[in-house]
Design a protein around this ligand. Structure first.
Ligand code: ZN
Length: 330
């Protein structure tokens, strides 16, 4: 395969193998250096392959936490097939604690299908596009809100042209067992890993499990349970599943995203998970240049529950203040 990235483990070997994806990278710190992205491969005989990732964005931590833990505990005798685990997909971003890579500002989930002779982030994306995704039937990418968003914990799939593929994705989402399940609408799906996996016909599930640039015991447990359930559902892990289902939510239109048109101090009037009625006040933005001004008020465009919110206390025009989803079944 024509890629500058090489894996230091053999994807075809049975057993548990830990190594790296090695991407040569010459910079001021290391003239003949390399980006060494941790990789684990667990294989036992024949069967399907699952590709599990966290850290697609470097400031989202439930995925890396659950996957770094899982590779230490999984019993390969319970595995039929193969599990490929990249706990920190955009490794330079993860090490910097930032959403995008400090090397090229690359946002991993906006550069697919990547570029073999592109930037570091594009080269990693290209390796996933042409090497790792084609190996897998089941693909799970664990996201959270990062430093600037906060979500109720949910697993998600997209509306796909292929109804049978969408049904397979939904079954895997249900099996993941997060408290909420979302038929997700994207602000902009261009360049997403999600789209790359879906276009290759994979059973693909993503998540948003929390946010604010940290984790909680609750969200880490959802990630751990979800990873196990996803592998059980795919027929790769021979264990009894723990939780299933969750409240099902839909996003009927672009008005699910409440976008700020102002800068200032944000006061959300409903928290993630709260019910809101169409027309009810959802946020106030206070002028921070003078006191004595009335705050600008934002109103819920539809009835539903708050799926997520802008996490920092200050907002700027263009920020997503809140995301509202409709309850499909209670
Ligand atoms: Zn993310």
């Amino acid at each position: 395969m024509n890629s500058p990235i090489t894996a230091t483990v053999d994807f075809a070997a049975d057993g548990v193998h830990h190594g790296h994806l090695k991407l040569p990278h010459s910079d001021d710190q290391s003239a003949w250096g390399a980006i060494m992205t941790p990789l684990s491969v667990i294989k036992n005989g024949d069967g399907a392959t699952a590709l599990l990732t966290g850290g697609n964005h470097g400031d989202e931590y439930e995925g890396p936490t659950a996957l770094l833990d899982m590779v230490n505990h999984i019993n390969p005798a319970q595995v039929s097939g193969r599990i490929i685990i990249v706990p920190m997909m955009n490794y330079p971003a993860f090490c910097a604690g930032t959403r995008t890579s400090p090397i090229d500002r690359g946002n991993m989930n906006r550069v697919f299908p990547g570029k073999v002779n592109g930037t570091a982030t594009e080269k990693i994306a290209d390796y996933f596009q042409r090497v790792l995704l084609p190996m897998a039937e089941y693909v799970l990418d664990i996201h959270s809100g990062g430093k600037t968003l906060q979500f109720i914990p949910f697993a998600a799939v997209h509306v796909l042209d292929d109804a049978a593929q969408q049904a397979r994705c939904e079954a895997a989402m249900d099996a993941f067992g997060a408290p909420y399940r979302v038929l997700l609408r994207e602000l902009d799906a261009t360049g997403m890993y999600d789209s790359a996996a879906e276009e290759q016909g994979k059973v693909f599930v993503s998540t948003e499990l929390g946010g604010g640039g940290t984790t909680s015991t609750h969200t880490n447990e959802i990630a751990r349970t979800g990873v196990n359930n996803f592998l059980i559902h795919s027929g790769i892990l021979n264990e009894a599943p723990l939780a299933r289902g969750g409240v099902r939510l839909t996003m009927p239109g672009d008005n699910c995203f409440v976008t700020s048109q102002h800068s200032g101090l944000l006061e959300l009037r409903a928290d993630p998970g709260d019910k809101v009625e169409a027309g009810s006040e959802i946020a106030r933005i206070y002028d921070i240049e003078r006191s004595g001004e009335q705050p600008l008020r934002y109103y819920a465009p539809l009835s539903g529950i708050v799926l997520g919110r802008h996490h920092p206390g200050l907002v700027r025009p263009g920020d997503t203040i809140a995301v509202i989803a409709m309850v499909a079944d209670a």
